[in-house]
Write a new protein. Structure first.
Length: 225
């Protein structure tokens, strides 16, 4: 029986279940712009409001983002875009997510990832997904106020569906679509968004207005939580 987020996070940070991920996260070479920084190089736990009603699930930490800073969606372009959006709708106190000591506070929102370690080429294996799924399930079990989950990208969406299936939901014939809303049995309402990666945001596939519009809709649809 898991008693707290702190307990989960301690076990996440010390996890060495996946040899490939351990080797990779510890061997990432710093970028020139970060050459004087000491990289975190450990699994990255979730972050946010323990009384959250919304959980945002990404794929995994970025090599020079969470793997460097030690906080999910922090220190990279995806984190910048995400937190700017959360700030625009009142879920974050500031539009900045640069470091663990930057003063970021989330209200009503909790950020986490399907895989807690940075994977080579951003592609976890089936075994690595499976090894990490228990942590995501425990986070959801402890965060008893969660009414909605926003999956960022198709891979995170698939992992949320797998978790929903483990909790007894029928997930057959469900496919990813940006802006999609999925009501499942024994599971929070699941929403989907394109991932806020530079590949999507720089090309206009996902714009700030699109993302803020989706966040506002999620807030409105869960206002009676």
């Amino acid at each position: 029986m898991v008693s707290s987020l702190e307990e989960i996070n301690r076990r996440v940070i010390s996890c060495r279940k996946c040899p490939r991920l351990v080797k990779y996260r510890e061997s990432v070479k710093p970028r020139a712009s970060f050459k004087d920084e000491i990289y975190w190089r450990k699994p990255v736990p979730g972050f946010g409001d323990p009384r959250a009603w919304l959980m945002v699930v990404g794929l995994a930490p970025a090599a020079h983002g969470g793997n460097r800073t030690g906080r999910v969606f922090t220190g990279d372009e995806s984190g910048r875009f995400l937190v700017e959006g959360l700030h625009a709708v009142g879920l974050a106190n500031q539009p900045i997510s640069r470091s663990k000591d930057d003063g970021l506070v989330l209200t009503g929102c909790y950020l986490t990832a399907a895989v807690k370690c940075v994977p080579p080429e951003n592609k976890p294996t089936t075994t690595e997904y499976s090894n990490c799924r228990g942590y995501l399930r425990e986070e959801l079990d402890v965060l008893t106020g969660i009414h909605a989950i926003l999956a960022l990208g198709g891979e995170a969406f698939k992992q949320c569906l797998k978790l929903a299936s483990l909790k007894g939901s029928n997930t057959q014939k469900i496919s990813f679509a940006h802006g999609g809303r999925y009501k499942l049995e024994n599971f929070p309402v699941l929403y989907a968004s394109y991932h806020p990666s530079p590949h999507n945001t720089y090309t206009g596939r996902l714009t700030k207005s699109m993302f803020v519009e989706l966040l506002n809709r999620i807030i409105m649809e869960n206002s009676n939580r």
